[in-house]
Design a protein around this ligand. Sequence first.
Ligand code: AMP
Ligand code: MG
Length: 408
Amino acid sequence: MRPLEEAQRQVLETVRVLPVVETALADCLGLVLAEDVRATHPIPPFDNSAMDGYAVRAADVEAVPVTLTVVEDVAAGRAPDRSVGSGEAIKIMTGAPMPPGADTVIRVEDTEQAGDRVTISVGAPAGTSVRRAGGDIAAGAMVAQAGTRLGPNHLGVLASVGAARPRVYRRPTVAVLSTGDEVVPYETAELAPGQIRGTNGLVLVSVLRELGVEVLDLGIVGDNADELRAALARGSREADAIVTSGGVSMGEYDLVKAVLGELGGVEFWQVAMQPGKPFAFGIIDGTPLFGLPGNPVSVFVAFEQFVRPALLHMMGSPRLFRPHLPAVLDEAVSTNPAKTVFVRVAVTWEDGRARASTSGGQDSNVLSALAAADALAVIPVGIGDVPAGGAVSLEMFRYPEDRGLSGP
Ligand code: AMP
Ligand code: MG
C-alpha cells in the first residue's frame, strides 16, 4: 500500500503534457495558455467618452451656467468630423471618440439642450469622463501570462487585443467506463433483484465536463474480461486517458486490474487513503488508466486526488492541487491513523473563518453525505483522532452558499 503523496507523485511523473495547438478563442475556455500574450495596440484604442453628454473645453465651463453651440452629434462607432472650438460643444455618446479640441465631457444630466444651444449647469475639470487610449492596457503590456487557465474574462481580454487564435495546450479526451454485473443504466425504471442504478458514470462525466475536458462515455460493462478488454482497448485508442469505476477490489469478479495488466501494465495498486484505497493506476499503449473503486464516495475522492491533478498536468497547468483552507472542526472525529482520511464536511462561515461539520455518514457508499458536503477535510497519516474544536485543512470543491440550503 503506497502513501498517498508518493502515489500522486508517481502519477504526475508518468502522465505527459499534451501538445500545444493554435486554437480559436471560442474553443479555449478552461484551457491553459502556452505563451505570454501582449497587447499589440493600446486598450482602449482611442480616447473616448465614459458618459453620454457633451464634449467641451474645460476652460469654457469654469463658470456655470454657460450656454454653448452644439456643432455635431457623435454616436459610438463613428468618428467626429469636426473639432470643438471655444464656445462650442459636440454631443457625444459613451464609447464615441473624443473630438479634437475637447478635453472634458459634461454628463447629459448636467445639461439642457434647446435647438443647437446647450446650457451647462455643472462644470468639470479637464479629463473628466474621458477614457484615455491605453488607460486599461498599454501597447506591448502583458495581457495574460503563459500558464493561465483561461476563464471567461481572460477570453474577453484576449479578444479585445485581437489574440483570436492563442497557443494553448490541447484539450484532452477522457474515456469513462463503469463496470459491474449489478450496475444498470440509471434510467432503468424497475430494478431486478440485486441490481443498482449506476451513478459513477454520470458523476464522472459531470466532474470531467466541469474540468473542461472532452468526454468519451463508454457506458457500463459487466464483470466480463472480454467486454472489459474491448472497452479498455477502445479507450486507449480514442482517448488521452481512461477512467474506470469498480472492479479493482479483492473480489473474485474484480477484473479491471487483471485486464489492465494484460493489455498494458499496472503501475501501482492500493493507496493508504480512505476512502479510495483500492485505486489502481496503469498504462495501456501510452494511455494512462485511472482504476477508481466502485463505491461512489471513493470514486469522487480518488478522482479529486489523482485524476483531477493528472488532467490539469496534461493540460499544461502549473497549478494542480486545490488550495488548502484552514478550518475548525465542529465535532470530534476518529479516523484510521495509518491512512490519509478524507472526511466529508459541510462548511459554515463564522467571522469569516471556516467551520466544518460532517455532512452525514462516512462510509464510502454514502453518496447522499457527499452531495451535502462542500469540502473534504484532510486528516493526514499519523493523526487519527481530531477533537471537537481541532484544526483541519479543507479541500473545498464548492462554496457552501452554492449548496442552496443552509445546512445538511
Ligand atoms: P466494486 O469495487 O466493483 O466491488 O464495487 C464496490 C461497490 O460499489 C459495490 O457495492 C458496487 O455495487 C458499487 N458500484 C460499483 N459501480 C457502481 C456504479 N457505477 N454506480 C454506483 N455504485 C457502484
Ligand atoms: Mg464490481
